[in-house]
Ligand binder design. Structure first.
Ligand code: LMR
Length: 396
């Protein structure tokens, strides 16, 4: 049965972590997988999460099963963050939500729901998009198409190309959009551009699927959610995958949520029961730990304030690194080639480097990031930026 299987190449993002670990160069720099790091290069447990953990250990008392929809209160807390209290209340009954194993689990369950409900759907993805989007869509047996998004030469969004390409989508097709902190480019639509995209989606009868993995890392918790709120307010149907990996630092606890809005009869019940059945067939129910921690933070005013302050600090740190890296590269005589790094948002930027240049940075300077040129800005430190800038200058 299995003897014909051959080893596969490493994942383009996760595979770098093992290579980095094995590298003995003392100057090595990990700009690969998207995790937040401090200036000491660590990814600590957030203080509010640690406090919630201590409460949970003291009070949990049982490891009995939770419901397929997840930890009590979790989907409400996630919906409140994404939609805001007012819209969440306004849309009550029109959307269904389920806890998932991470944002990736929400994507997979969402695509499976689409395959189940509308099997002929084509999912349109941005060029470029997160390396795991297309594999996840294909794993659910859906077809993909690509819309223009980022123009590498001008390091800016090609909004005209995007709108033109989406005009080729047929009614009922799905448009996958990054709600904020576009991965891998760091280039987000502004609100005027979102307005045009939402209008086109509405006119053409398309359905948006928003992927939100970095709420709070671009402008702020509320600001980053604005596109989600406009989409859910304006359009009859919409899907949202939500990840707590980065903004609650819960990576390995696999904490995410799938939220789907529909204009059907008895929408909430229909959506939740269908999603719960898909979850049951896949993994029965999600792990509880991360969701319990996130819910504890969200339901306690002091812990929530502590979390918000820490998230602000993280965002400010990444933005500071962005400016320092852009300045350092400009001083190396690159002109505007890397200038957009300063104003892009979230953890990532796509450096204008060829795959060969990226390979040379890894081989000769032990600086690790995927071949498409995506760097995790949070992996930089004020101390290692001069080393990285020198290395880039030496390979270009
Ligand atoms: C990333 O893009 O680096 C993160 O979302 C982690 C992952 O699973 O790829």
């Amino acid at each position: 049965m299995f003897s014909h299987l051959e080893p596969l190449p490493a994942d383009p993002i996760l595979g770098l972590s093992a290579l980095f670990k094995a590298d003995t160069n003392p100057s090595k720099v990990d700009l690969g997988v998207g995790v937040y790091r401090t200036d000491a290069g660590e990814t600590p447990i957030m203080k509010a999460i640690q406090a919630a953990y201590e409460r949970l250990v003291a009070n949990e008392g049982s490891k009995v099963y939770i419901a397929p929809t997840g930890w009590p209160g979790f989907t409400d807390a996630a919906a409140e963050l994404a939609l805001g209290v007012a819209l969440k209340d306004k849309l009550k009954g029109q959307y269904g939500a389920i806890q998932t194993p991470g944002g990736c689990g929400a994507l997979r369950l969402g695509f499976e729901l689409i395959k189940h409900s509308a099997p002929e759907t084509t999912v349109w993805v941005s060029n470029p998009t997160w390396a795991n989007h297309v594999p996840t869509i294909k794993a659910a047996d859906l077809t993909t198409a690509v819309y223009r998004y980022y123009d590498r030469a001008s390091t800016s969004i090609d909004i005209d190309g995007m709108l033109e390409d989406l005009k080729d989508a047929k009614a009922g097709d799905m448009v996958l959009l990054h709600a904020s902190c576009h991965n891998p480019t760091g280039a987000d639509l502004d609100l005027a551009q979102w307005g045009k995209v939402i209008e086109l989606i509405g006119e053409r009868g398309l359905v948006p699927f928003l992927d939100m993995a970095y709420q709070g890392f671009a402008q702020g918790i509320e600001e980053d959610a604005e596109p989600i709120r406009q989409v859910f307010e304006t359009l009859p149907e919409a899907v949202l995958s939500y990840s707590c990996s980065k903004n609650f630092g819960l990576y390995r606890e696999r904490t995410g949520c799938l939220i789907v809005k529909s204009n059907g009869q008895d929408a909430e019940k229909a959506l939740v029961t269908n999603m719960a059945r898909l979850a049951r067939e896949n993994y029965s129910m999600p792990p509880s730990h991360g969701a319990a921690l996130m819910t504890t933070v969200m339901e306690d005013a002091d812990l929530r304030a502590m979390w918000q302050a820490e998230l602000t600090e993280m965002r400010d740190r990444v933005n500071g690194l962005r400016r320092t890296l852009a300045d350092s590269l400009t001083q190396k005589g690159f002109g505007d080639r890397f200038g957009a790094v300063a104003t892009q948002t979230g953890m990532f930027s796509l450096l204008n480097l060829s795959p060969e240049e990226v390979a040379a940075l890894q081989k000769d300077h032990a600086i690790y990031f995927p071949a498409n040129g995506r760097i995790n800005v949070a992996g930089l430190t004020q101390a290692n930026i001069p080393y990285v800038a020198d290395a880039v200058a030496s390979v270009v």
